[in-house]
Design a protein around this ligand. Structure first.
Ligand code: ZN
Length: 251
């Protein structure tokens, strides 16, 4: 029987021990999420062990298996070592990986989403503003998966929003104009600086967060708004949120 192999770029999102010495890996790839197995990886003799660490960006060679495909070779593109050795950055990476996981189905092909994840991990590894990297990542991800929040036109009437808009409705998917500010009883108060930051992050590339110097207050406000919106879409908080909050409080 001829062995069939293929090569793919991937980021390792999750690892679980499996059988005696194997690991099951959840990968993000340009062709979508994939569940694969790394055989014998927990043995000291494993040749690929150091090349499939959590959150590593790598080029993998995979053999098509009966149930799960098997990693036969791994070339690390970026190990994101700073990210993996710093608990605050690491908790951000767990969150970014979980968000990607929750908004994608196995096999959903998306090159833009994969590229966004790679860019986000790179920024979480390097940036001095990892929390703002997450906010920018959340907004870009929402845009790609079709839930871009309305920040320029009222979520109810579609009128152009001005700076006097001060309510965000997770339910209605965006900011409300003064006329519609009571359209959702559960809408959240949105201050001017948070509104400006949301708009800025939605319109700028990830790298733009590096030039920002902002108070903890406005960062927290934007985080709460996006968390409420994501909570509404996913109907729950992500598992990594509590961990992330604990770590950030400790910092
Ligand atoms: Zn309106």
């Amino acid at each position: 029987m001829r062995e069939r192999v293929y090569r793919t770029e991937a980021v390792i999102l999750r690892r679980n021990d499996f059988a005696e010495a194997d690991r099951l890996l959840l990968l993000a790839t340009p062709a979508g999420k994939r569940r694969v197995v790394a055989k014998g990886i927990r043995k000291t003799t494993s040749r690929i062990a150091g090349h499939v660490e959590l959150f590593t960006h790598a080029t993998l060679l995979l053999a098509i298996g009966r149930n799960l495909d098997i990693i036969t070779q791994s070339d690390v593109i970026d190990p994101y070592s700073r990210l993996r050795s710093d608990i605050a950055r690491l908790s951000c990476a767990y969150y970014a990986a979980e968000l990607y996981d929750k908004f994608t189905q196995d096999g959903d092909e998306s090159r833009p989403l994969f590229q966004l994840l790679v860019d986000a991990f790179h920024a979480l590894d390097q940036s001095e503003n990892p929390d703002l990297v997450l906010r920018s990542y959340e907004l870009s991800l929402l845009q790609i998966v079709g839930y871009r929040p309305h920040l320029h036109q009222c979520a109810v009437c579609g009128d152009q929003l001005t700076e006097d808009a001060d309510q965000f409705s997770p339910q209605l998917g965006g900011v409300l104009c003064p006329r519609d500010r009571h359209a959702d009883r559960r809408s959240l108060a949105l201050g001017g600086p948070a509104f400006r930051l949301l708009r800025y992050l939605q319109s700028q590339p990830l790298s733009a967060v590096n030039v920002l110097h902002l108070s903890a207050g406005v960062r927290g406000d934007v985080e709460s708004i996006l968390r409420a919106y994501l909570y509404h879409l996913l109907e729950r908080d992500l598992k990594s949120v509590a961990f992330l909050q604990d770590v950030m409080r400790g910092e």
